[in-house]
Design a protein around this ligand. Structure first.
Ligand code: HEC
Length: 127
């Protein structure tokens, strides 16, 4: 019974449409985030040279966009508040990575944390 209930809760969580709270078109923002993410993945994998200016630009974009999205979230349901909080946290995580953006070794753990936040939000809200 416990398992059935927790599965139902999980299924309900996965069906929450983030776009319902976003208040702006998220897909173009997400596509740009994904493009930047791939560039940085390639740098961290050693497939292209580490470009500190490009990394700094991506961090700036992530901070600005995530703060903007958080500011446009509509509604005050627990889900809407959680959705906005996740974007604010993403902006903070991105901002905190700036101090270590000068080298692959120092930047890697920050970027893994950021990508973890992409994944954990999608697990709940990406419909
Ligand atoms: C706090 C929540 C949240 C975070 C953080 C987040 N996303 Fe998303 N993402 C969404 C939601 C919600 C959608 C669905 C948007 C839609 O359908 O319009 C989405 C959709 C996407 C899509 C599909 C876009 C399309 O064409 O439909 C991509 C790609 C994507 N995200 C990449 C990323 C990447 C890369 C990151 C991290 C760098 C990230 N996302 C962080 C919530 C988030």
């Amino acid at each position: 019974m416990k398992t059935v209930i927790s599965k139902m809760i999980l299924a309900a969580a996965i069906l929450v449409p983030g776009t319902a709270f976003a208040g702006i078109a998220l897909a173009p923002v997400m596509q740009s985030w994904n493009h930047d993410r791939r560039q940085i993945d390639a740098m961290l994998a050693g497939d292209r040279p580490f470009d500190q200016a490009a990394v700094a630009a991506t961090i700036h974009t992530y901070v600005t966009d995530a703060s903007m999205v958080a500011g446009h979230v509509s509604g005050s349901s627990p889900e809407a508040r959680d959705f906005a909080a996740r974007f604010r946290r993403f902006a903070q995580t991105a901002a905190a990575s700036a101090k270590d953006s000068g080298s692959v070794a120092r930047f890697r753990p920050h970027f893994e944390e950021l990508v973890g936040e992409c994944r954990s939000c999608h697990a709940v809200y990406n419909n």
